[in-house]
Ligand binder design. Structure first.
Ligand code: HAM
Length: 418
């Protein structure tokens, strides 16, 4: 008997695993610099958690979860996404009591029993972030801009950022009614799924891929006109901040999202390179979810990126991730420099700074070449002249700016106190 992995679930073998690791590390570094700290939650949760947060009428909850009763008759599910678990962990840990704002990042497998195809799997991986406790539209814009920055870092080019406002509990019901009436007037053209949606969740019909439904929905009333004053103001602030951050976006009022917890901002990162699996990341605001799950009444904004889809895009573009470890390269010229600096280098390494040095007295030119090859972000240059003055030349390899730092201040210069 030869065993194979379960349909839609893959092994990640070397050398591919190295690309995964690099992508994850880059995400941790880029998102880390915006204050996101890693959380790891269990892969299994009580089914009820997902029903309450994602919504009982969603495709994810209705048909895609891997659920089972365990030996104690508890109904459990493999997590189909990370927001619900992260919010549960935030509430359960009481993190909100210590700090009003929490920013989390998680990386790991999610499970949805979808029909597998290119870019769509039953076990897939997400890099997700959640910012809890921030009401300002600045955080919506900052997250979108942060993603854009991350994709640029990966070398991705052919994508667009689409944003929308889904309204709130004040204005969405009114729009739902108008949109529901519109759908009713188009009943004869709609597929079975959309007919069911009229009653339960009309908005989702906007997402239908059926050509007849797309045609029928061409002149559908769109939500923008029906937003309440607060939602309109929020949406225009998000756009204002995005412009200030220099992030290009388009407003697409047909974005609806497949999970029920969203209010106001929803956004997607869209590519034309992955066939019908065109979103390689998506997210939005979910004020109300923390309270709904038994926590304080605080805001939430987050997104998740599909790791497999990003790697497919990188492969298509012939892109390879050059992982930038925070390397400081010491270009030492002459024995006095080595003698004076070796203890300082040792101290830096003990403090967790990644340091490389030249051991064999190569020319400055060849040392700089090596530093470049290793993607050092900083080179510290010390020759006889510097030894005399007791200072090192610290050169930023990105900006090419340099400054002089006293030997006694070198450790403090590089060691970040978190
Ligand atoms: P989502 O749109 O369901 O949102 O998933 C986010 C991303 O996960 C998608 O854009 C896609 O790249 C990837 N993805 C989803 N399903 C699959 C699949 N079957 N195979 C491969 N990749 C897939 C969420 O999950 C929300 N929790 C995002 C969020 C976080 N919203 C607020 N915070």
């Amino acid at each position: 008997m030869k065993y194979t992995s379960i349909k839609g679930m893959s092994d990640i073998m070397p050398p591919a695993s190295a690309a995964w690791r690099k992508l994850e590390n880059t995400a941790l570094t880029v998102f880390g610099s915006y204050g996101y700290k890693e959380v790891r939650t269990p892969m299994l949760e009580k089914t009820e958690l997902f029903i309450r947060s994602i919504g009982s009428d969603t495709a994810v909850v209705e048909k895609e979860m891997y659920s089972f009763k365990d030996q104690s008759d508890d109904m459990l599910s493999l997590r189909p996404e990370g927001t619900a678990s992260t919010v549960r962990a935030y509430i359960e840990s009481g993190a909100y009591q210590a700090e009003a704002v929490a920013k989390y990042i998680y990386i790991g497998p999610m499970f949805r029993r979808e029909r597998p195809q290119k870019g769509r799997y039953r076990q897939f991986h997400q890099i997700g972030v959640e910012a809890l406790g921030i009401a300002s539209p600045l955080i919506d814009a900052e997250q979108i801009a942060m993603c854009d920055h991350f994709f640029k870092e990966l070398g991705l080019k052919d994508y667009s950022i689409e944003i929308n406002s889904l309204g709130c509990k004040e204005c969405r019901p009114g729009y739902n009614k108008i949109f529901g009436d519109f759908l009713t007037s188009k009943k004869v053209h709609l597929c079975g799924d959309c007919l069911r949606r009229i009653e339960k969740n009309p908005l989702r019909a906007l997402d239908c891929k059926n050509p007849a439904c797309i045609e029928a929905m061409k002149d559908a009333p769109l939500i923008g006109e029906y937003l309440c004053g607060d939602c309109k103001a929020h949406m225009s602030e998000v756009q204002k901040y995005l412009k200030e951050l220099g992030t290009k976006f388009v407003v697409n009022q047909r974005i609806v999202r497949g999970l029920d917890y969203y209010v106001r901002t929803a956004f997607e990162f869209i590519t034309t390179k992955l066939g019908s699996q065109n979103a390689f990341g998506a997210g939005g605001r979910y004020d109300g979810l923390v309270k709904e799950l038994g926590g304080p009444d605080v805001s939430g904004v987050g997104f998740a990126l599909g790791v497999e889809r990003i790697l497919l895009l990188m492969e298509e573009g012939g892109l390879q991730l050059k992982e930038k470890e925070a390397l400081v390269f010491f270009a030492l010229m002459g024995e006095p420099a080595r003698e004076r600096l070796v203890p300082i280098i040792d101290k830096l390494r003990q403090d967790g700074v990644y340091v490389e040095l030249d051991y064999d007295n190569h020319s400055l030119k060849s040392q700089m070449r090596r530093a470049d090859k290793l993607f050092a972000h900083t080179v510290v240059i010390i020759g006889d002249e510097e030894i005399k003055k007791g200072v090192a030349i610290v050169r930023n390899m990105h900006t090419k700016e340099q400054e002089e730092v006293k030997f006694d201040d070198l450790v403090r210069h590089f060691v970040r106190v978190d």
